[in-house]
Design a protein around this ligand. Structure first.
Ligand code: FES
Length: 148
C-alpha cells in the first residue's frame, strides 16, 4: 500500500459524504478501493475527484446509473479530467433541458386537472395526453407505459 492511499474515513471527511455513501458508490461500481493487509478499504487519491464529480452530477439531477455510464465510457475507467468533465456536463445539460421541457409541458397541462380529479381516459391530459393510449392499445393500460 502506498503512503498516499486514503482510508474510507479520510475520503468521507475530505469529500463531505458519509462512509456509508462511499460504500454505496463502491457497491454500485462508481468507485473502487483496494484492501490493505488488515482487509481495510484504501483509496487512491484520485477518488476525491471522482466522488466530487459524482456529487456534482447528482446535484444536477443526474442518476447514479447515468453517472456510472459516463464514467465507464472513459478509457481504462480513468477518473475524469477537466475535458472529460466538460463533455459530461455538456451532455447532461442537454439531457436536463429535455427533462425540464417535458416537466414544463406536464405542469402546463395540469391546469385543467386542478380541482378536477376525473383522470378521464378521454379528456385528462395527464392521464392520457393526446389520447395516445387509445391509438395504441385497447383495455387497461398504465401511466408508466404511456411512452413519456
Ligand atoms: S383530472 Fe380531470 S382532466 Fe385531468
Amino acid at each position: 500500500m502506498g503512503d498516499r492511499e486514503l482510508s474510507v474515513g479520510r475520503v468521507a471527511e475530505r469529500c463531505g459524504v458519509k462512509v456509508s455513501t462511499l460504500h454505496f458508490y463502491e457497491q454500485k461500481g462508481l468507485i473502487k478501493s483496494l484492501r490493505n493487509q488488515g482487509n481495510q478499504r484504501r483509496y487512491k487519491p484520485d477518488v476525491l475527484r471522482r466522488v466530487s464529480i459524482i456529487k456534482a452530477a447528482q446535484k444536477m439531477g443526474i442518476t447514479l446509473d447515468e453517472i456510472k455510464e459516463a464514467l465507464s465510457a472513459l478509457p481504462n475507467n480513468r477518473t475524469p479530467n477537466k475535458n472529460d468533465w466538460e463533455r459530461m456536463a455538456m451532455s447532461w445539460q442537454a439531457a436536463l433541458t429535455l427533462r425540464i421541457d417535458k416537466l414544463t409541458r406536464l405542469k402546463d397541462s395540469m391546469t385543467g386537472c386542478i380541482g378536477c380529479g376525473c383522470l378521464s381516459m378521454d379528456v385528462c391530459p395527464i392521464y392520457n395526453p393526446g389520447d395516445r393510449v387509445g391509438q395504441q392499445h385497447t383495455g387497461p393500460v398504465f401511466l408508466d407505459n404511456s411512452g413519456e
